[in-house]
Design a protein. Structure first.
Length: 291
């Protein structure tokens, strides 16, 4: 008991320094999660709350639009993660050992869309994809393909949104991979060169394993970012056509702010939180095993 009290006194200053950060963490992260779980068990209007247990979850799993949103979100997450990791590894491994000025130019070129607001990028793509006056539709007409409405077709809307999101965010992953590859010890590449390894063998057996922590980090941040995606859906399609591009976040928004179903929206948020944990925890465990 005395040793514990002495340790507390010795570390008191350190506890004071971390107290503001812990207070912010509890207030703005932990409390909203707990409150969201609580609200998902209530039917809420602007005057009162009524406890309904798991009825909000039952209503979700009986709604075909929810399953459509869930499927779209899973497809969205898988495609964005695979495209981002695959293309970023390819681009970074192709330029990381080139001239420093060339590498800086590549990094800057890919990072420009990341610096631009998602709202602005969505408006630009909305103009380009406009079937009446957009540049893409104009080029299609000039090529004799007639009017093209990529956002109006149920088979083309999701691939287009996936591409727009990927093109806007891939620059960050490329920069992270280039930084990680530059930090790989040069002795490994020299040994591979002496052994007669090809560039592909060097990338496969040295680069990719060496940057695996970056791959885990990029995977997790992309999962979280895609689950929260809203602006692109809102500005390009509004969830259409026929709920063809609705995601869990957009479904949550509709229930909370259009239909005033705050309890149902909170239940969607809880499900999204669980999905994030299920997708992220295995990645974190694999990274911790290596460290």
């Amino acid at each position: 008991m005395r040793l514990r009290k002495q340790a507390l006194q010795a570390n008191f200053t350190g506890y004071l320094f971390i107290l503001p950060q812990m207070a912010i963490f509890l207030l703005f992260l932990v409390y909203p999660i707990v409150e969201g779980i609580r609200l998902s068990l209530y039917q809420i209007n602007y005057q009162d709350e009524r406890f309904v247990g798991l009825d909000n979850y039952a209503a979700l799993f009986s709604d075909p639009v929810f399953f459509k949103a869930l499927l779209n979100t899973v497809v969205f997450v898988v495609c964005i993660v695979l495209l981002t990791v695959g293309f970023s590894l390819f681009a970074a491994s192709a330029v990381f050992d080139k001239n420093a000025k060339y590498v800086s130019f590549i990094r800057g070129s890919y990072y420009i869309p990341v610096m631009v607001s998602m709202v602005v990028m969505s408006m630009v793509w909305s103009f380009l994809l406009n079937p009446a006056s957009g540049l893409i539709s104009y080029l299609a007409r000039e090529a004799g393909a007639g009017q093209v409405n990529l956002l109006g077709g149920s088979k083309t809307v999701m691939p287009v949104i996936i591409f727009v999101t990927f093109a806007t965010n891939v620059g960050q992953a490329i920069i992270l991979y280039i930084a990680a590859m530059i930090g790989v010890p040069k002795d490994l590449f020299e040994a591979a060169e002496v052994d007669g390894a090809s560039r592909w063998q060097t990338i496969r057996h040295i680069l990719i394993p060496s940057v695996q922590p970056s791959t885990v980090y990029i995977t997790i941040i992309n999962i979280i970012a895609v689950l929260k995606i809203f602006v692109v859906i809102q500005l390009l399609t509004g969830g259409g056509p026929n709920n063809g591009s609705v995601t869990l976040m957009y479904y949550l928004y509709n229930n909370a702010f259009k239909f005033n179903q705050l309890g149902t929206a909170s239940a969607v948020g809880v499900i999204m939180f669980l999905i994030t944990l299920l997708l992220s925890v295995p990645q974190l465990r694999s990274m911790l095993k290596q460290t």
